[in-house]
Design a protein around this ligand. Structure first.
Ligand SMILES: CC(C)(COP(=O)(O)OP(=O)(O)OC[C@H]1O[C@@H](n2cnc3c(N)ncnc32)[C@H](O)[C@@H]1OP(=O)(O)O)[C@@H](O)C(=O)NCCC(=O)NCCS
Length: 184
């Protein structure tokens, strides 16, 4: 694979998950279950098992190999603890050169600018080595933290989609935002 993210920022290390990350990914999922639940699809019990984490990692690496998506883990600088995750999903090439962005940060790591720091690096990689032209990110109208984060990153509102994603078991309306590759 010649197109994998290996990024460093002041407070993070960012890369695709590897098979050995399964126990730490499971810990992240369990510790942040209540924190992330209002903003994500319903998760069944299997989601909180080592086997599911191992399969998700294998699926993620296969998606990256096929240039379909890049699920990234954001570690502390020592590479021990997952602080956040983000995914460049649904990559479409051709005339579109676009993807969707999803993200979340550990409850205890919120409010320190870490997600912003990680996504700045992730977006530079997406618009640089990955060669994308457009990244789309959509959020619940009630998710003000997410709206503020996207605005700070330079995403612009493009629309409002009714009953767009099934979040926590309900088809929810979403704000549609996007950022295109900075010119020059
Ligand atoms: C949405 C979410 C990722 C935002 O995380 P966050 O930590 O607030 O985002 P940032 O990294 O941009 O941090 C910004 C916050 O840190 C504060 N901050 C502190 N030090 C900072 C620094 N050095 N740089 C920037 N911001 C800093 C800012 O004031 C800001 O606080 P505010 O949002 O209360 O105004 C997080 O709340 C989350 O994971 N939520 C659950 C999952 C979710 O909603 N995912 C997105 C679905 S669309």
């Amino acid at each position: 694979m010649d197109r994998l993210p290996q990024l460093r920022t002041e407070r993070t290390r960012i890369r695709l998950a590897e098979a050995a990350d399964a126990p730490e990914l499971l810990r992240y999922r369990i510790d942040n279950r209540a924190h992330l639940a209002p903003w994500e699809p319903l998760r069944d019990a299997a989601f909180y098992t080592l086997a599911h984490c191992a399969q998700a990692i294998a699926d993620g690496r296969e998606a990256a190999r096929q240039d379909r998506g890049y699920p990234c883990l954001v570690f502390d600088p020592g590479g021990a603890e997952i602080l956040a995750t983000f995914t460049l999903a649904n990559v479409v090439r051709g005339a579109f050169q676009a993807c969707h962005l999803g993200y979340g940060v550990a409850a205890h790591a919120q409010g320190r600018g870490l997600m912003h720091e990680a996504l700045q690096a992730g977006l530079a990689w997406a618009f640089g080595p990955l060669g994308l032209h457009r990244v789309m990110a959509n959020h619940l109208p009630s998710n003000e933290r997410s709206a503020r984060l996207l605005a700070r990153l330079g995403f612009e509102r493009e629309g409002y989609a009714k009953r767009y994603l099934c979040i926590a078991g309900v088809w929810e309306d979403h704000m549609l935002t996007a950022k295109t590759r900075p010119e020059g």
